[in-house]
Ligand binder design. Structure first.
Ligand code: NDP
Length: 246
């Protein structure tokens, strides 16, 4: 087995996942990039990271579909032979009145944000259990901690991610595997591109540190948990949110 540590980051074609991928590559890790549709973006990032001298794989699949997740994980393990850290960053936000939420919309938001984490963690666990080592890092949101108006499905899914993280940490801790969650505040990524400049300014104003977070702010928290500094953390929620939720 290669000496080089590896990470698979779902939803790393852009945003927080892409910033995390850059962070791991800077540390010399082999990186599995993943996207649902924007293969061009993931491949461009892959070329950028390979220029740093690290091995990179690019994988595509919908995390809400278990068969596609199984294929991504099998392809990653075929290419790298080991997986040290899984980061579940793939996500989908949607603003709508609760009374307007359709069955299809509810299923899609829960399917990507919560089922997706279930699928990815379950798909990689046999490998980690066999090695008696590994770290799972999930992405929730401060809205999963306190709830967001007009984002009931998203808030429910992200609260579910916190519950999944805590319960799974208890279950697999004795097997040498840690499970932690990062719950960011408002981060300047394409996820928030639909918000008006006024809304974004108001969100920054409501943040004690008086700015929106950057993808790099969140990548630092993810890296902390993945690095040896995070070895004694499990079942925890780390919240890079500028003090928005205290
Ligand atoms: P972006 O919208 O910038 O990127 C989303 C990523 O997820 C893309 O790589 C996208 O792939 C991928 N993705 C979306 N749907 C699927 C799917 N069905 N299957 C597989 N991949 C999918 O999001 P962010 O980087 O901002 O968010 C990352 C995570 O952090 C998410 O879980 C989000 O909920 C969470 N978060 C974000 C906050 C923010 O303010 N931005 C705040 C709190 C939490 P593709 O490019 O191919 O579409």
């Amino acid at each position: 087995m290669s000496e080089r540590k590896t990470v698979l980051i779902t939803g790393s074609s852009r945003g927080i996942g892409a910033a995390a991928a850059r962070r791991f590559a800077q540390e010399g890790w082999g990186v599995g990039l993943h996207c649902r549709a924007r293969l061009d973006r993931a491949q461009a990032l892959g070329a950028e990271l390979r220029a740093l001298g690290v091995p990179v794989g690019v994988y595509q699949g919908d995390v809400s579909d278990r068969a596609q997740v199984d294929r991504v994980v099998a392809d990653f393990l075929r290419d790298f032979g080991r997986l040290d850290v899984l980061v579940c960053s793939a996500g989908l936000a949607r603003q709508e009145l609760f009374t307007d939420v359709t069955q299809a919309s509810w299923r899609q938001v829960l399917g990507v944000n919560l089922d997706g984490v279930f699928h990815c963690c379950q798909a990689v666990l046999p490998h980690m259990l066999h090695r008696k080592a590994g770290k799972l890092i999930t992405l929730s949101s401060m809205w999963g901690q306190v709830g967001a108006s007009c984002e009931v499905a998203y808030s429910a899914a992200k609260a579910g991610v916190i519950g999944l993280t805590k319960a799974l940490a208890k279950e697999v801790g004795p097997s040498g595997i840690t499970v932690n969650c990062v719950a960011p505040g408002v981060i300047a990524t394409e996820m928030n591109a639909a918000l008006s400049p006024e809304t974004l300014a108001a969100l920054a104003e409501d943040t004690p540190l008086e700015r929106l977070g950057t993808p790099e702010d969140v990548a630092q928290a993810i890296w902390f948990l993945a690095s040896p500094a995070g070895d004694f953390f499990t079942g925890q929620v780390l919240a890079p949110n500028g003090g928005f939720v205290i």
